[in-house]
Each structure stands twice: as structure tokens, then as C-alpha cells.
Design a protein around this ligand. Structure first.
Ligand SMILES: Cc1cc2nc3c(=O)[nH]c(=O)nc-3n(C[C@H](O)[C@H](O)[C@H](O)COP(=O)(O)OP(=O)(O)OC[C@H]3O[C@@H](n4cnc5c(N)ncnc54)[C@H](O)[C@@H]3O)c2cc1C
Length: 471
């Protein structure tokens, strides 16, 4: 009797899942591939601030899966995974569909946690997806419109105050973005931008605690003070309750209240609850995987990204790790189909990138060099745009972005609005030109070394698109 061959099923279309699917498709994987994802669009999370501000638009950082996967061999199923049975090799979804698999990839990411803080789910806004970034933009615009029509200065102050809870990378990047952006939006309505208040609330005194960006602490702290509106810090504040117009917190044994018309929660994530129920080893809810990213007791199952961790080489929950793991899983699935042994995954962590305001960022290369300001911003966005899934989409977007950067054509925000002079704009253009010229010279002189050293940044691919090397 002929054996039924089930498809390879991927759960979650984030960095780990989507890139597994795309790489399988690209390498002509001979088996059917099914990607199950609850949303209809992919959120490129490191660039959500740009979606909020309008520096990049939704086709760039919040594209539809239908478009990303057009022409690929991946069958996309928009549905919510409800249960996973590892023993029966079966997945059930909310709409009642049942999927049997030969291989499974668990890439469901993580969820926001509120640490049981009263009122947090009702009155704070999360910031983890394109949908949430757009909702926050609408909410902030609405608050500014309300404020401009409010003669009562106390009420206006409430409407114009934003509390960002959590001083991890997302909280800091968001606070910096809002501290530049909101005064511009409010000025456009005829308001006084200096009335805006952005407050970063954190339980401890340390920012970026336990994060891969810890050594960027001083740079981040300085950047927060140098925004259009300096970011206010409220540290050593343990949030106890959220209400419709403020944050209650305990500080030095006293309960106090911070009034705010907008409260954004970036304070914590927890592993996906569905995976915590699985009968496999876990470390703080993240699935423990072998160096080849397989579950030790179920080698037909791979797990990656925020929902998994290797016991010997734990990796931080970041997009750059999840993306590389996706590629590695695709290679290992291909090896399995060829009846070859799977190989351990090598993750290259060569640096980190942070957004520190509009047109400002920091690129921390090899943990040795920090490139700050507008050059840091250009490296950050250029690097991330190279990681956008689907090469055609990616090439078009990168070229559009480069043109925007060089000619300062942002639609929602311009350098003049940011208070920059034409001279500063010229410096920015010169910096961009320098950033492009230096690698061109390096590539021409030492092509192999150039490729090896910079491949992780996306710069070689970017240059190959924009200025193909002469053969
Ligand atoms: C605001 C923000 C900024 C960030 N900035 C950076 C950065 O600058 N650099 C960096 O390296 N990392 C950054 N990160 C972290 C990075 O985005 C994550 O580490 C990365 O997305 C993890 O990838 P993943 O595939 O594991 O999970 P995700 O990308 O979260 O993907 C999980 C997917 O599973 C889907 N899903 C969940 N549950 C179900 C279900 N039951 N059924 C079907 N589908 C489901 C979700 O919709 C989602 O699409 C940032 C994160 C945030 C929130």
C-alpha cells in the first residue's frame, strides 16, 4: 500500500516562519508547504516606528502575505492555531480545519504580558504589530485634535501626555520617535508643540536591562534628552494600576499617579501559551531545542524565534536571530528530504541597531564601533530594508527608500519640520554619499573580504542592486 505523504506545516508567519517558508520555496523543496498564520499581513517589527510616523508606508513594512507569497510554492492559510498534537502529528485551527504533517515548524513568537497589572489590558495600547502601530497613530492623531479644541489647560495637558511603560529597546525607540513626531503633528494643527509630554516609566533605574543593546545605554539616554521634546524619565516606579487617564505607581513606598491621555505598554513578553502546554522540555516557557533546532523527543519538529531556545547556545529573542534560524531550518528540512543528517545552526550576531528619533539611529557594529546620528539611521534602515522578505519587493522598496533619504522626500515628516537647516540636509546627503562611496571602494579593492565582512549588514546585496560590480 502506498504511504500518504503529508505536507510540511509551518505555524506562525513571523520572522522565523515566513523566512523558513520563503527559503524552502526558493530552494525548490519537493514537498508541499503550508504556512498557517492568524493575520493577513506580515509585520516587520523593527520598522514599526516608521509605520507609525509615516517615514515608511504599509506596503513596505506591513505587506500582505498574499503578495509576499505570490508565485511561491507556499500555500497560505489565514487561520488561528488552536491545538497541536505532537504524538498524532496533527494541528487543529479555530475554523475547524485539521492539518496532518510530516514535518512541523513551530514559530508562534511571543505574547505581551501585563504581569496581572489591574487595568493594563483595558487602558494601555500594545505596540507589537502593524495593526497596533496604525491603531496607535490614529489614537494619537485623535488626542491631538481633541487637545487643539480644548481651552482648559489642565485637560489639554492630560490629552497631550503620553506614558510609555518599559525602558527596553521598544520603549526607548518609541519614546524617541514620539518625542520628535508629536510636536511636529501638533504644530501642523496650529498647537504649541512644547506642550507635548512623553514620559518613559520603568520599574528600575537601569534602562535596557538584560538586553542585547545594554552597552548602548549612554547613547540612548543622551538621545532621549536631545529630542524635539526631551523625554521625561520616571524610574524606580513600579506600576500598580492603569486607569482611563493615568498610571498609578509605587515609588519609595508612596503611591502616586501620572496623568496621561495615552499609555503604551512595552514592558514584557511571555512565550506563546499554546506551546507551554506541549509535553516537551522548556526553559521559562521557551521550547528547548537541539543545536539543529529540532525538539529532542520529536525530531520531525523544528522550533525557532522567540518561542524557542537552545540549551547550549541560548540566543536573544530578536528578529536577526529568528530570520537566520528560518533559513537554517529550511536547509535542514531539505537535508531530511535527501535522507542526510541535519546540521547545527550557526547564528552570527555582529551588532545591534536602534532608532533614536526621526532621522537618528545608532548602529553598533561588532560591539566595537558605534555609528550614530543620521549615518546610524541610514545604516539601520538600509540593513532592515534588505531583510524585507521577497527580493523583488525588497529591491523596489530599498531603491525608493534610498531616493527618499537622499532627496529628503518623507511624506509625513521633513527635515525642515524637524528644525534642520538646508545645510544640515546637505550634511545628511554628504553622509549618505560617504556611506555609499566607502563600501564601493572597498568592494572594488577586496571583493571577497568585503562580502565576508559585511554580508550580515545587507550592504553587499544593496550595492549589487544599485551599482552592479563591473565584471
Ligand atoms: C516594536 C518591536 C520592535 C522590535 N525591534 C527589533 C529590532 O530592532 N531588532 C531585532 O532584532 N528585533 C526586534 N524586535 C524583536 C523581533 O521582532 C522578534 O524577536 C521577532 O519578530 C521574533 O520572530 P518570531 O518569528 O519568533 O515571532 P513573530 O515575528 O512574533 O511571529 C510570530 C507569528 O505567529 C503568529 N501567531 C501567533 N499565534 C498564532 C496562532 N495561534 N495561530 C496562527 N498564527 C499565530 C503571529 O501573528 C506572528 O505573525 C522587535 C519587536 C517589537 C515588538
Amino acid at each position: 500500500m502506498q504511504q500518504v505523504s503529508h505536507p510540511t506545516v509551518i505555524l506562525g508567519g513571523g520572522f522565523a516562519g515566513l523566512f523558513t517558508a520563503l527559503h524552502l520555496s526558493q530552494q525548490n523543496y519537493s514537498h508541499p508547504i503550508i504556512l498557517i498564520e492568524q493575520r493577513d499581513r506580515f509585520s516587520f517589527k523593527p520598522l514599526l516606528y516608521e509605520l507609525l510616523s509615516g517615514e515608511l508606508h504599509s506596503e513596505q513594512v506591513y505587506p500582505r502575505y498574499k503578495e509576499l507569497l505570490a508565485g511561491s510554492k507556499v500555500s497560505f492559510v489565514q487561520d488561528t492555531v488552536q491545538s497541536i498534537n505532537l504524538n498524532e502529528r496533527r494541528v487543529n485551527t479555530a475554523s475547524g480545519q485539521v492539518f496532518d504533517y510530516s514535518n512541523l515548524v513551530l514559530a508562534l513568537g511571543s505574547k505581551t504580558t501585563y504581569f496581572n497589572t489591574a487595568g493594563a489590558t483595558e487602558y494601555t495600547m500594545p505596540f507589537t504589530s502593524g495593526e497596533e502601530a496604525i491603531a496607535l497613530r490614529k489614537h494619537l492623531r485623535h488626542r491631538l485634535h481633541q487637545a487643539i479644541q480644548t481651552p482648559n489647560s489642565e485637560h489639554r495637558r492630560l490629552l497631550l501626555s503620553v506614558a510609555v511603560i518599559g525602558a527596553g529597546p521598544a520603549g526607548i525607540e518609541l519614546a524617541c520617535t514620539l518625542a520628535d513626531l508629536l510636536p511636529i503633528w501638533y504644530d501642523e494643527l496650529g498647537g504649541d508643540g512644547s506642550e507635548i509630554r512623553i514620559v518613559l516609566v520603568n520599574r528600575s533605574r537601569e534602562i535596557l536591562k538584560g538586553d542585547v543593546n545594554t552597552h548602548l545605554r549612554c547613547t540612548a539616554q543622551r538621545a532621549m534628552k536631545n529630542r524635539v521634546i526631551p523625554v521625561d524619565f520616571l524610574f524606580d516606579a513600579a506600576v500598580t494600576k492603569i486607569t482611563s487617564n493615568g498610571v498609578e505607581y509605587q515609588r519609595y513606598d508612596q503611591t502616586q499617579m501620572l496623568q496621561a491621555g495615552t499609555i503604551v505598554w512595552t514592558a514584557g513578553t511571555t512565550p506563546h501559551p499554546l506551546l507551554m502546554e506541549l509535553p516537551v522540555s522548556q526553559n521559562r516557557g521557551r521550547l528547548l531545542v537541539t543545536p539543529t533546532l529540532q525538539l529532542p523527543d520529536f525530531p520531525e519538529v523544528f522550533a525557532a524565534g522567540d518561542c524557542a531556545t537552545a540549551s547550549d547556545h541560548p540566543q536573544p529573542p530578536t528578529a536577526q536571530v529568528a530570520y537566520q534560524q528560518g533559513i537554517a531550518i529550511a536547509q535542514n528540512l531539505q537535508l531530511i528530504k535527501q535522507s542526510k543528517p541535519t546540521i547545527p545552526v550557526q547564528i552570527q550576531m555582529r551588532g545591534t541597531l536602534m532608532k533614536l528619533g526621526l532621522n537618528e539611529g545608532v548602529a553598533n557594529l561588532f560591539n566595537k564601533v558605534q555609528i550614530k546620528g543620521q549615518p546610524g539611521h541610514l545604516i539601520r534602515e538600509g540593513t532592515y530594508l534588505q531583510l524585507l522578505p521577497n527580493s523583488v519587493h525588497n529591491r523596489k522598496i530599498t531603491t525608493e527608500w534610498l531616493t527618499d533619504e537622499l532627496f529628503q522626500r518623507h511624506r509625513s515628516v521633513t527635515p525642515m519640520q524637524l528644525g534642520q537647516t538646508p545645510w544640515l540636509s546637505g550634511v545628511a546627503t554628504a553622509a549618505a554619499a560617504l556611506i555609499l562611496a566607502t563600501p564601493l571602494v572597498w568592494r572594488a579593492a577586496q571583493p571577497m573580504q568585503f562580502q565576508r565582512s559585511l554580508i550580515w549588514t545587507g550592504v553587499p546585496t544593496l550595492l549589487d542592486h544599485l551599482a552592479p560590480p563591473s565584471r
